[in-house]
Design a protein around this ligand. Structure first.
Ligand code: NAD
Ligand code: NAG
Ligand code: NAG
Ligand code: NAG
Length: 321
């Protein structure tokens, strides 16, 4: 068979598969909805107990990381509170110990630094035990120079918000595989699926994190590690970070949807995590919106996002130039 005929046949096969998939899509949607409904009614996906497990939470000295640490402690986890800001981390430890009886300890580590993480792991294992819960939360926003970002800032954002997940995976996953259990939670953002203009670095790191976790889930499935759960979180804007609240105020996002509190997000994350949910969008309806928008051609998707933000970003850009 000639190469031309062969590739024509392969293309034909792909087209037929696509038509087949499109034809059964309504059925698949129905099954997905029914599955959700049944799970809701009879609680099929029983949440796992995480009491006594050891959790590493990065960027836990402030904001969402602190809220997640408190929520995991409430469920009985021992917490390694990791941050580059030691005083922030110590504050979190104090808040945990004021309420819960679990062990908690502050650790200074820079998540962009592989050697820091290797050292962190050995300290945590010695102090608290082997790590079976990893929360990739540490992140930097740095929107102070939105329209003309400094290359150093761009690289740092990529290092903290994207590359660091590869280093934490390298350091913490082997033990989870050996024990054949664990939870990995990665904080992405709705910006990972709805990229924002002049926030290319942020949006890119967040969609990169989302894709990283999807690939990891497939690898774990292929390796039969069904008790290691990977959860990606896509929250809308939070109230935790003053730079963010300022930005959302400027672009008028608060009129579209109220900003989320760290506590409500942390609660939803931990509930979803112990059930082994793959992706958590906050608010919930964003999950539907992001699937719907993908049906449209790329130009339309861009226009839809700009529909709400065009004038605000134009004005903001004029102010800054
Ligand atoms: N704020 C939002 O609106 C928003 C929206 C969606 C997603 N998120 C994500 O949620 C996560 C938490 O956001 P937040 O608002 O709580 O942030 P935050 O700025 O309040 O806290 C981040 C913490 O990470 C620490 N950190 C920064 N760089 C680090 C490094 N190299 N090593 C170790 N620790 C480091 C900081 O010291 C700080 O304590 C981030 O990943 C962020 O991208 C935030
Ligand atoms: C570190 O954390 C403390 C306590 O939460 C906070 O007051 C301080 O501003 C933080 N420092 C930096 C550099 O973020
Ligand atoms: C973390 O490490 C990176 C690269 O090693 C460095 O650029 C950054 O300044 C460090 N952050 C802090 C707060 O030390
Ligand atoms: C980096 O991650 C943090 C927390 O996960 C988030 O608040 C911040 O907006 C992110 N910034 C970029 C540039 O991705």
């Amino acid at each position: 068979m000639s190469e031309v005929v062969r590739s024509t046949l392969v293309k034909l096969q792909a087209i037929i598969a696509l038509i087949g998939l499109a034809a059964i899509t309504p059925l698949l949607i129905l099954v997905a909805l029914l599955g959700r409904l049944i799970a809701k009614i009879c609680c099929c996906s029983a949440p796992k107990s995480i009491a006594g497990e050891v959790a590493v939470v990065t960027g836990a000295g402030h904001g969402l990381g602190r809220a997640i640490s408190l929520e995991l402690a409430r469920k009985g986890c021992h917490i390694a509170v990791v941050d580059i800001n030691v005083s922030g981390a110590e504050d979190t430890v104090k808040q945990i110990q004021d309420i819960y009886k679990v062990r908690a300890k502050a650790y200074k580590a820079n998540v962009t630094n592989y050697d820091d993480l290797v050292e962190l792991n050995s300290k945590v294992v010695e102090d608290l035990g082997p790590v079976t819960v990893l929360v990739n939360n540490a992140g930097v926003m740095m929107h102070r120079n939105m329209f003309n970002p400094d290359p150093v800032d761009v690289q740092l954002m990529i290092n903290v918000n994207l590359s660091s997940h590869f280093w934490t995976k390298l350091v913490f996953l082997p033990k989870m595989k050996e024990l054949r259990k664990g939870f990995i939670v990665t904080i992405s953002s709705l910006a990972g699926v709805f990229p924002l203009p002049y926030s290319a670095t942020y949006s890119t790191t967040k969609s990169g994190a989302l894709t990283h976790m999807r690939a990891l889930r497939m690898e774990l499935a292929l390796e039969n590690q069904k008790d290691i759960h990977v959860t990606t979180v896509l929250p809308s804007f939070l109230r935790t970070n003053t730079d963010v609240t300022q930005l959302t105020h400027t672009i008028g996002f608060g009129d579209l949807y109220p900003l989320l509190t760290g506590e409500e997000v942390a609660q939803r994350i931990v509930t979803g995590m112990v059930r082994g949910e793959a992706e958590i969008s906050l608010p919930r309806m964003a999950a539907i919106l992001y699937r719907l928008i993908l049906i449209f051609p790329a130009e339309w998707q861009d226009r839809l996002i700009l529909l709400f933000s065009r004038n605000k970003f134009k004005k903001l850009r004029e102010e800054h130039s």
